[in-house]
Write a protein that binds this ligand. Structure first.
Ligand code: SAH
Length: 238
C-alpha cells in the first residue's frame, strides 16, 4: 500500500515533533501508512537574512508572510495525482469530520501554515480550500495542521486497531457518542448503569441510542437540525 503524503510548509518545523509522540499517528508513521514532509519556510527566505515576513502595506500591527518564499516552497513540492492544498486561516471554512473523510481518499495533502499577523493575500490562490479549526485565533497554523494530520490519519485503513471504533463515534453521524464505562463497576459511589452489565444486547443498543439522542439534544441541538427521525421529547433536566 502506498502511503498518504502530508507536505507542510511551515516556519516552525520543530512543532511537528509532537506527531512522533501521538500514539495512533506515530504507529502510522512507523508502519509507513503516512509520510509527513516538512518544508521549512526559512530555507526559502530572501537575502542573507532569509527574510520571510515584512510590514503590511497601508500600515497596521505586526508582520505578514511574504509571497515569494511560500511560492518557492510550494513549487518545490512534488505533486501527486490526487492532491489538495489547504491554507490554514481563521477566516476559512470551519473543519468538520466530513472534510477529513473526504480528504482521506486522496494521495496527498499540502498544508500551508501562516504565522504572525497572517500572510500576503496573493498566497490564497495556491489553496484549493481555506480551513479554520474553530472560531478562535492561534499564533500559527502548526497546531491546526497537526489537528488535520491527526484526524485524517486515524481514518486511513490499517491505522486504528479496531476500525469499528470509527462507526459510532461523535461527528460521524448527526449524534454524539453514547456514554462509555470501563472497570471497576463501582467507582467512588458512581455505578455503571445496570443495562450495560446485564448482557442483553438489544437493551444495550436501545439504551445507547437513547443516550445519544438525549446527549446531542442537550449539548448540540444544532447537529440534529433537519434530521426528522431524531425529533424526540426530552425532559430538559436529563
Ligand atoms: N490576523 C489574522 C490571523 C493571524 S493568526 C486574521 O485576522 O485573519 C496567524 C496564523 O495562524 C494564521 O495565518 C493561520 O495560519 C493560523 N491560525 C490562527 N488561528 C487559526 C484557526 N482558528 N484555524 C486555522 N489556522 C489558524
Amino acid at each position: 500500500m502506498t502511503s498518504f503524503n502530508f507536505d507542510v510548509i511551515t516556519l516552525f518545523p520543530k512543532a511537528f515533533e509532537l506527531i512522533n509522540n501521538l500514539g495512533v499517528i506515530t504507529r502510522a508513521l512507523d508502519k509507513n501508512l503516512i509520510d509527513v514532509n516538512l518544508h521549512n519556510l526559512r530555507e526559502y527566505g530572501e537575502g542573507s537574512y532569509r527574510q520571510v515576513d515584512d510590514k503590511p502595506y497601508g500600515g497596521g500591527a505586526g508582520m505578514v508572510l511574504k509571497p515569494e518564499p511560500i511560492y518557492k516552497a510550494y513549487e518545490s513540492i512534488r505533486k501527486l495525482p490526487k492532491s489538495k492544498t489547504l491554507l490554514m486561516t481563521p477566516q476559512g471554512k470551519v473543519l468538520k469530520q466530513k472534510d477529513l473523510a473526504r480528504w482521506s481518499t486522496l494521495d496527498q495533502i499540502i498544508i500551508i501554515c501562516g504565522q504572525y499577523e497572517g500572510f500576503d493575500e496573493r498566497i490564497r490562490c495556491l489553496a484549493d480550500e481555506e480551513i479554520s479549526i474553530g472560531d478562535y485565533v492561534l499564533s500559527g497554523g502548526e497546531i491546526p495542521a497537526i489537528s488535520i494530520i491527526n484526524g485524517l490519519t486515524r481514518l486511513l485503513p490499517g491505522t486504528l486497531g479496531d476500525p469499528d471504533s470509527l462507526i459510532y463515534e461523535s461527528h460521524n453521524s448527526p449524534l454524539l457518542e453514547y456514554p462509555q464505562y470501563t472497570r471497576p463497576q463501582v467507582f467512588r459511589n458512581m455505578k455503571v448503569p445496570d443495562v450495560l452489565t446485564n448482557g442483553n444486547h438489544r437493551d444495550i443498543e436501545l439504551w445507547r441510542k437513547e443516550q445519544q439522542l438525549k446527549r446531542t439534544y442537550k449539548r448540540r441541538r444544532d447537529l440534529m437540525r433537519g434530521d426528522e427521525s431524531n425529533k424526540f421529547d426530552f425532559d430538559e433536566n436529563d
